[in-house]
Design a protein around this ligand. Sequence first.
Ligand code: FMN
Length: 238
Amino acid sequence: MRRITVLNGSVNRKGNTQYFIEEILRGIPKEIDRQFFFASDYMFPLVYKGLYDPEYSRKVAGDNIYSLQESILESNLLIIASPVYMHNISSNLKLVIEKLSTWSHILRLDGKPVVVLSTCSTNGDTTVTSYLCKVISTMGGNIIANCNANGFQLHDEVWLNDVTNKIRSKIICSIGNSLQSNYYIEEVFKGMKLIMNDRIGSDVPNSFAEEESTYWVKSGLINYDSFQKFLDDKYNLK
Ligand SMILES: Cc1cc2nc3c(=O)[nH]c(=O)nc-3n(C[C@H](O)[C@H](O)[C@H](O)COP(=O)(O)O)c2cc1C
């Protein structure tokens, strides 16, 4: 069954951000499963030994972030959303993103379609949406929609209907489609490949870093000239 994973950075589980997300999902066919996660459930502090651990060999006991990681990786589409708190994403969501930071060195989202959402009262939203788009793309996620709703817009039925319809149709279009790279992801891929070419064989054995360079070798990523070709061989042509 196809599945959407939703990660909401708000501290309010029934707040504006959840409302915006649910308005979008309301018209999505029931056969598409959805799983909701709140960043506030993943507040175990960041532990150095848990970073750069794509193989999960150094799992931090007591941290439940791994189940969230698994759900994101197994889903067909990710919705990541944050309210604007002091002109930025919520600190809860930032903590989760920091725990996922190794994904930015291995493009772990593998072209997964991603919707970025934010809500605010009046301002600060471009900082939030542009930041989320940037980190998700750096992790290899393909942004298919990116939208903020302020307090007035959330209560404006015409605006809300129009925007949620547009985002919904992008979701429905992307969820069954082949996985796509884009210009930004290709630039990240080229840069990381240069770095990994240097690191393979020279990263300290059994170090955090070696897990990342080993991932590039084991996944075959290092042998590709474009990320799109990697996605085609791994998923699209199967
Ligand atoms: C700690 C905090 C800081 C906020 N900072 C901003 C801000 O910088 N700009 C803004 O427009 N709204 C700000 N707001 C308002 C929220 O972004 C807005 O109400 C949002 O829709 C809340 O979403 P939620 O109900 O899902 O938490 C702030 C709210 C809180 C609680």
